[in-house]
Design a protein around this ligand. Structure first.
Ligand SMILES: N[C@@H](CCC(=O)N[C@@H](CS)C(=O)NCC(=O)O)C(=O)O
Length: 209
């Protein structure tokens, strides 16, 4: 059994979706990041930067893993699903781009544009602009390739999709990006994605473009 210690955010949803996709038995332990539960000493033992998500693999000596990209790789290797070793080089590139660029930039856009509008014009403009260019870049890629890393759905898509699922907060206009919308809708229809998106059982529905 896998224990998922998480909150209901795009990084948390990645792992809910992956666990549904591979059909593993799992239980969710909620970490309320609005009430600073991530800073509790027992959580910091398994998450040195005090961040969700973390998993504990109770079938593997209670191994704890932090960082959503590392968790996806672990689960992909363990299940032999969505992380085809022959495609590993491509999958890793798109996964690392999500971890190092797409997520952190869109995360800042959420902070300035959605949560704190009016506090910093510079911050709002900067992250709006880069978020738009991320939409352009992803759209271009998905015009050449069915999925981010090639012909097959992979952990790179699972890592990126929950960030685009916050498109209503972005005000970029997902509909205007034909290839990105095609990819977004195709993934939105997967049963595991519908369930994993709502891994906290809050009856959350995936937002339409
Ligand atoms: N690179 C990390 C980022 C994790 C992250 O930023 N988690 C946020 C929620 S999405 C968090 O735990 N925030 C609590 C805090 O910063 O205090 C990953 O992908 O796992």
């Amino acid at each position: 059994m896998i224990e998922l210690l998480s909150a209901d955010t795009p990084n948390g949803k990645k792992i809910g979706i992956m666990l549904e996709e591979i059909g593993y038995e799992y239980k969710v332990t909620k970490v309320n990041i609005n009430q600073d539960e991530q800073f509790k000493p027992e959580f910091r033992k398994i998450s040195p930067f005090s961040k969700i998500p973390v998993i504990i693999d109770h079938d593997n000596d209670k191994t704890a893993i932090f960082e959503s990209g590392a968790i996806l790789i672990y689960l992909g290797e363990k299940s032999k699903k969505f992380y085809d070793l022959n495609e590993r080089l491509k999958i890793n590139q798109w996964l690392m781009a999500q971890m190092g660029y797409v997520g952190p930039i869109i995360g800042q856009h959420h902070q300035f544009h959605h949560y704190n509008p009016g506090k910093s014009e510079f911050g709002e403009q900067r992250y709006f602009k880069i978020t738009k260019s991320i939409y352009f870049d992803l759209d271009e890629r998905l015009g050449q390739s069915r999925y981010l890393a090639g012909n097959n759905y992979s952990i790179a898509d699972i890592a990126t999709w929950p960030w685009i699922a916050r498109h209503e907060w972005h005000d970029v206009g997902l509909k205007n990006f034909k290839n990105l919308t095609r990819w977004y809708l195709e993934i939105s229809k997967r049963e595991a994605v519908i369930k994993g998106y709502d891994f906290m059982n809050r009856e959350e529905v995936i937002p339409k473009p």
